[in-house]
Design a protein around this ligand. Structure first.
Ligand code: ATP
Ligand code: MG
Length: 360
């Protein structure tokens, strides 16, 4: 079994040895034509080496064998008078060409190995960082919950409202929010991060808007919504829209408007959250999707942001094979979430009328 495996692994080398042997025999049998098999041997050696890049020792042995084999045959033919003595120069010339190829191939191989090593180190570091973030967020949840429990007991015992307790509870709430988002981000590369199902877009967006409009005074609007169903994880979509609307609320003031809309773009659905707030500083519309990125640090910190909301929106869109982007022309910002897997109600209706099978 081991012999068969080794033969299979070294198939290219074995085939080349057979080929080179046959060409050596041809050199021996037809001395006046020996230049053709001679070059076949050297060119095939260079080609095989390009694929396999042997270690220096076997490379030296093979090169020595080829020099000895081809050189001795030309030498004996030169003595016999069937070849010119000058043909012997071909051997060192071919060796030099082969060594140049060896040098290039090894340089390239070293560079590739270095890149692979660096990529593996980066991947290990990244996964270590992710595990660390996940573990820290997980471990911090319990003490935060315990602290919240004690503060709530204190509030009850106190009888009357105490500002210190309220501030501490507020801060704990922020920590819980950040931990929740960190845990979500740590999970975002897992295969079960999103579990898509068919979601009625219109009903879903109306529900999101009603939930927010009841709590925050803004000019809430539901713009045009393409009727149809979207193949999406409803919980993940809710988290993404909440993060966008939470930002829209943070960076607007009553009575600024916030509009939610959805349009079809080919087989995709583009959901847009647009506000009439202060807008984004120029050149920030891509960077803000990075973790812990805030466009205007002082302003965002005053708003209590950690810079994780848009990173989560981005992770959710990408987990569905979609994307997200931001546009801001001075005043107001519009965030677009593009999701594949949209089935327009109009298309489904006309397919049904035409008698085609439509998945329910
Ligand atoms: N609607 C918006 N209008 C203006 N700026 C925005 C808007 N949405 C996001 N930004 C800018 O993008 C930055 C990143 O937003 P992101 O939601 O990731 O973080 P955050 O809101 O600061 O914190 P977190 O969401 O973690 O509480 C914000 O700090 C803000 O500077
Ligand atoms: Mg945010």
């Amino acid at each position: 079994m081991a012999v068969i495996d080794s033969l299979r692994r070294n198939f290219v080398e074995l085939a080349w040895f057979a080929f080179a042997g046959a060409n050596l025999a041809a050199m021996e049998l037809w001395p006046s034509w020996e230049t053709i098999p001679f070059h076949f041997i050297w060119i095939s050696l260079t080609l095989v080496y390009g694929f396999r890049i042997w270690n220096p020792k076997p490379t030296g042995i093979v090169l020595g064998l080829v020099i000895a084999g081809t050189g001795s045959l030309i030498l004996s033919d030169a003595f016999a008078g069937s070849q010119l003595w000058g043909e012997l120069f071909e051997v060192p010339l071919m060796s030099a060409m082969f060594l140049a190829m060896v040098w290039h191939a090894r340089r390239r191989q070293d560079a590739v190995r270095r890149l692979e090593r660096e990529a593996a180190e980066r991947a290990a570091l990244l996964s270590q960082q992710k595990r660390f973030l996940h573990d820290v967020s997980h471990e911090l949840r319990t003490p935060v919950t315990i602290a919240r429990g004690h503060l709530e007991v204190l509030r009850r015992l106190n009888g009357k409202p105490a500002q210190e307790i309220e501030v501490a509870l507020d801060e704990l709430g922020r920590i819980e929010h950040i931990l929740e988002r960190l845990l979500l981000l740590a999970k975002s590369k897992q295969p079960d991060f999103v579990v898509p199902e068919d979601v009625d877009v219109q009903a879903f967006l109306e529900d999101v808007l009603v939930r927010w409009s009841g709590t925050v005074p803004r000019a809430w609007r539901l713009g045009d919504v393409a009727p149809g169903t979207l193949r999406v994880d409803p919980e993940a979509l809710r988290i993404a829209l909440d993060a966008l609307i939470e930002n829209a609320v943070k960076y607007t003031e009553a009575p600024d408007g916030i509009e939610l809309s959805a349009r079809q773009s080919g087989g995709d659905l583009v959901i847009e959250v647009a506000d009439e707030g202060q807008g984004l500083p120029p050149g920030e519309s891509e960077r803000i999707f990075e973790r812990f990125a805030r466009a205007d640090t002082a302003r965002s910190r005053a708003e209590g942001g950690a810079g994780l909301g848009l990173a989560i929106v981005d992770a959710i869109a990408k987990a569905h094979g979609g994307s997200c982007s931001a546009e801001s022309a001075g005043a107001g910002t519009a965030f677009s979430l593009r999701f594949p897997g949209f089935a327009s109600a109009a298309a489904v209706g006309s397919a049904r009328r035409a008698g085609l099978a439509v998945p329910s």
